[in-house]
Design a protein around this ligand. Structure first.
Ligand code: C2G
Length: 130
C-alpha cells in the first residue's frame, strides 16, 4: 500500500487541482490531501473565497482523494509523513526546489508534477470580475 500526500488551499476547485490529484493518486494506492485551514491561509498570505469546511467537502467528493486532513502549519509535514506512513509527497511544479519540500526528502520521496497551464484560482476570480 503506497501512500501519497499533497498540500494546498484548493480554493474554487478547478481542473488544474483535479489533474494534480489524479496524477498524485496514480503514483500510489492511497491519497491524503492536507488542506490549508483559513487561519493557515492567512499565514500564507492567502484569502480563499471558500472557507475550510466547504473546500474540505469539495475535496472529499473527488474520486482520487481517500482522506482530507487540515494543514495548519508549515512544520507539520514531517509529523504527517510519520503519522500516515507516507511514501511520496507530491506537489505541483511551482513548488519544485522549495526548501520546505526538499527537506522532506530525508523522510520519503518528494515528487513535483507539472503545473497545469492556463488555469488558476486567481485567474478565475479576475476573469469573473470583468
Ligand atoms: N496546481 C496545479 N496547477 C494549477 C494550479 C495549482 O498543478 N493550475 C497545484 C499546485 O501546484 C499545488 C496544488 O495544485 O500543488 C494546490 O494549489 P494551491 O491550492 O494554490 O496550493 P498552494 O497555495 O500552493 O498551497 O504547504 C503547501 C501549501 O499549502 C501549498
Amino acid at each position: 500500500m503506497k501512500r501519497v500526500i499533497t498540500y494546498g488551499t484548493f480554493d474554487l476547485l478547478h481542473f488544474g487541482h483535479v489533474r494534480l490529484l489524479k496524477r498524485a493518486k496514480a503514483l500510489g494506492d492511497y491519497l491524503i490531501v492536507a488542506i490549508s485551514t483559513d487561519e493557515f491561509n492567512a499565514i500564507k498570505g492567502k484569502k480563499s473565497y471558500q472557507n475550510f469546511v466547504l473546500r474540505k467537502k469539495m475535496l472529499e467528493a473527488i474520486r482520487y482523494v481517500d482522506l482530507v486532513i487540515p494543514e495548519d502549519k508549515w512544520e507539520q509535514k514531517p509529523e504527517d509523513i510519520k503519522k500516515y506512513k507516507i511514501d511520496i509527497v507530491v506537489m505541483g511544479s511551482d513548488w519544485a526546489g522549495d526548501v520546505r519540500f526538499e527537506l522532506l526528502k530525508k523522510y520519503c520521496h518528494v515528487k513535483y508534477l507539472t503545473r497545469t497551464a492556463g488555469v488558476s484560482t486567481t485567474r478565475i476570480k479576475n476573469d469573473l470580475r470583468t
